[in-house]
Design a protein around this ligand. Structure first.
Ligand code: NAP
Length: 682
């Protein structure tokens, strides 16, 4: 059992080669952000980093790759549940970082929910196999005997995750979920300042025994020479300051071996107030709420926080006045006091750095709030904790303000006035690439012009008005479904974004060959591959009896004018091309009355369905439906129906079967092609 570690200071451990390791060297002392007490000491001295890489590559990688995407997705779910059951343990230690309950909720439960989202997406959007198909089969030969398909498979190295101090849990989990789902082991290196919380969570992850051996290692302290031993099968996912990121990106082994390097760095995110928004309106209130929340949640230590508020020059006074009134009500102090809304910065080092940057910003911006405020703290001593007031500034010159260059990683924002929309777009771009921007307007034309102007400079854009505000996740919340990352200064990479984030840890390969070869390799039936027809209708086979390529080619059905009219009557679809010979002829695509496409789909089911009760439980949809040639009365159609993909659902008594369905006319022309999706009993 893991002991409660909040009461006394401790020496942090690393987890390497399947064992906990505690350095005997003296290390960096980590202090409680609220009262300065020693929380922990950290050092990784003595770790053999080459060994850690070998262990991940040789033990963790093969162990993870043994499982399918779905099996790994289920591990994430199980892990999420395990950690959620123990969340209060993490909340307890999280207070030492200066976090309020809300701040910790973002870090702890927000991080754990990333595991759940990737688990769900992995099982819904990825196959229950070892190969992920990228796009459709490519036609690259005249007769189809030579074909191609892009696939993704996991890289064979290790993912090194280097995280920033502000989200010790979320930072680890949002990287870990896509990495493990891809089938790649990780070595996690949290920022030293708050590594005690990451270490505690890793201890619980290891204790859970849910992940295969070698999937996860932890470095508490410096990475030593680890990055110098990376090769092209490894990846680095870095979150932190641009200066550290750039330094690491240039390490010779990383450049020389083309190591994948994902960088999420600092970002001078903006929020633009539309010129249509008047003081007192709902949208004005929303803007103020978002700005003050983004300044104060996590004491402004969020990579996505609003650093620049770009506002119409005519509204500067109204915004300033309302913001000052709101910030004046902010309660600061010890987050364990429930009325405290903003805690301290994470450490005294951080405090020094933020004050330094704030001083630089104050040289060319007017300080509207926070300059000479005597800090009134609840249950805390200003001399012991890393406390700071929110600071609101206003640019004296909108285009040259240092707010476009300096990141003060604390509760500090600058109002930047604009004249017109073009001006607003240019000011937004002066951030040189941001993780997120928001546009608060109720006018779709303004929203369109501002987003089209700003999108190329942002990884994510929130367009906020009162109609979505209630359910909006807000400016500052990265979601596992959406990409987190941005161009330029923000690092030029992406994280998460659903399955896109999983692909970062996989290699895309175009495989070429005969359709039969590609069917064998991908486990998915390719056009042109052999069809297996035996006496048993494929609907009579249970999921595990069915094989890829099992098919039927149906008998023929002649299409008559009566069919078309009967279907029109039944469905109510009396579109002229089905009902009026002359009108149909005037249509550029038809020579006369044509059969309804939906009739063809229904008629095809009538040809390929085995009617008796059996293993097929339900039809749950169709994909990729295309009608490629018109069908006229007198045409004679048949269906080729082939088992294309099987996805067995872990822990269920049925699997999903995808059937390639091709309707062909008397001239062997394809008139329709689509995938029928069914659930089939095991
Ligand atoms: P940092 O000082 O750049 O450190 C980031 C990480 O890099 C830490 O784990 C740090 O470890 C490690 N590191 C530093 N030097 C290293 C080296 N030579 N070799 C290997 N690792 C090294 O940033 P921070 O102060 O933790 O975080 C604040 C910054 O992160 C802000 O600029 C913020 O904007 C940015 N951030 C960005 C995002 C995003 O998603 N884009 C999210 C959060 C934060 P040590 O702590 O042990 O030095």
């Amino acid at each position: 059992m893991i002991k409660n570690q909040t009461s006394k200071s401790m020496k942090l451990q690393s987890y390497a080669n399947g064992e906990w390791y505690q350095s005997t060297a003296s290390g960096l002392i980590l202090n409680n952000a609220i009262n300065g007490d020693v929380v922990a000491e950290i050092s990784s001295e003595g770790l053999d980093f080459q060994d850690m890489l070998d262990y991940g590559r040789n033990i963790g990688g093969p162990a993870l790759r043994h499982y399918t995407f779905h099996q790994r997705a289920l591990m994430l779910k199980e892990l999420g549940k395990y950690l959620m059951d123990r969340k209060e343990i993490f909340y307890q230690l999280s207070t030492a970082t200066g976090a309020t309950r809300t701040d910790s909720w973002i870090d702890i439960e927000g991080g754990i929910s990333t595991l759940f989202v990737f688990s769900g997406k992995g099982r819904r959007e990825m196959p229950n196999s070892h190969v992920y198909l990228d796009g459709n089969q490519e036609t690259i030969s005249r007769n189809g005997s030579f074909t191609a398909q892009h696939i993704y498979t996991p890289i064979h190295g290790v993912a090194v995750h280097i995280n920033a101090f502000n989200f010790p849990c979320w930072g680890m989990l949002e990287k870990l979920a896509p990495t493990l789902l891809a089938g790649v082991p990780a070595i996690v290196k949290p920022a030293s300042q708050t590594a005690y919380l990451t270490e505690l969570m890793v201890k619980h992850i290891i204790e859970s025994n849910i992940l295969p051996e070698g999937s996860l290692q932890l470095i508490s302290g410096s990475t030593g020479d680890l990055l110098h031993h990376l090769d092209f099968q490894d990846a680095v996912s870095f979150t932190g300051s641009a200066s550290t990121g750039l330094k690491l990106k240039k390490i010779p082994a990383i450049v020389g071996n083309s190591v994948r390097f994902f960088m999420e760095s600092d970002s001078l995110n903006c929020s633009i107030l539309g010129k249509d928004v008047e003081p007192g309106s709902d949208e004005f209130e929303l803007f103020i709420k978002e700005l003050s929340r983004e300044m104060t949640v996590k004491t402004g230590q969020k990579c996505t926080a609003i650093r620049r508020a770009i506002i119409p020059s005519s509204k500067v006074d109204a915004v300033a006045e309302t913001m000052i009134a709101r910030l004046s009500k902010m309660t600061l102090g010890n987050p364990q006091n429930e009325s405290v809304k903003m805690g301290p910065l994470a450490s005294q080092d951080q405090h020094q750095d933020v004050m330094l940057q704030a001083g630089k910003l104050a040289q060319d911006n007017e300080v509207l709030f926070g300059k000479s405020v005597e800090l009134e703290l609840l249950d805390a001593d200003v001399n012991k904790g890393a406390f700071i007031s929110p600071i609101l500034m206003c640019a004296k010159n909108s285009s040259t303000t240092s707010a476009h260059d300096i990141e003060a990683f604390g509760p500090i924002s600058t109002l930047i006035p604009y004249h017109d929309e073009e001006d607003a777009i240019q000011l937004a771009a002066l951030g040189k690439g941001s993780l997120v921007g928001s546009i608060i307007t109720n006018n779709p034309e303004i929203a369109t012009r501002l987003s089209m102007g700003a999108a190329a400079y942002h990884g994510r854009l929130l367009i906020l008005n009162s109609s979505c505000a209630k359910e909006s996740t807000g400016h500052g919340s990265p979601l596992p479904h959406l990409i987190h990352g941005g161009p330029g200064r923000a690092g030029g990479s992406e994280e998460m974004g659903g399955i896109r984030g999983v692909k970062h840890y996989m290699q895309r390969t175009a495989i070429q060959g005969s359709p039969d070869m590609l069917t064998a390799i991908t486990g998915s039936w390719m056009q042109g591959s052999q069809r297996n027809t035996d006496n048993l209708h494929p609907f009579q086979k249970k999921f595990n009896e069915l094989e890829i390529g099992d098919s039927i080619v149906t008998g023929k059905r002649d299409i008559t004018l009566e069919d078309i009219e009967a279907f029109a009557e039944l469905s109510g679809d009396k579109f002229y091309a089905h009902m009026d010979e002359d009108a149909a002829k005037r249509n550029p695509f038809f020579e006369g009355r044509v059969a309804h496409g939906y009739f063809l789909v229904s008629m095809a089911a009538g040809l390929f369905v085995w009617p008796d009760e059996g293993p097929v439980l339900a039809n749950y949809g169709m994909d990729n439906l295309r009608f490629s040639s018109p069908v006229y009365p007198g045409d004679s159609l048949k269906v080729q129906f082939t088992c294309k993909q099987k996805v067995n659902r872990e822990n269920e008594e049925y699997g999903e079967v995808r059937w390639d369905t091709t309707i062909i006319n008397q001239n062997d022309e394809v008139v329709a092609n689509y995938d029928v999706l069914t659930l089939v009993a095991e």
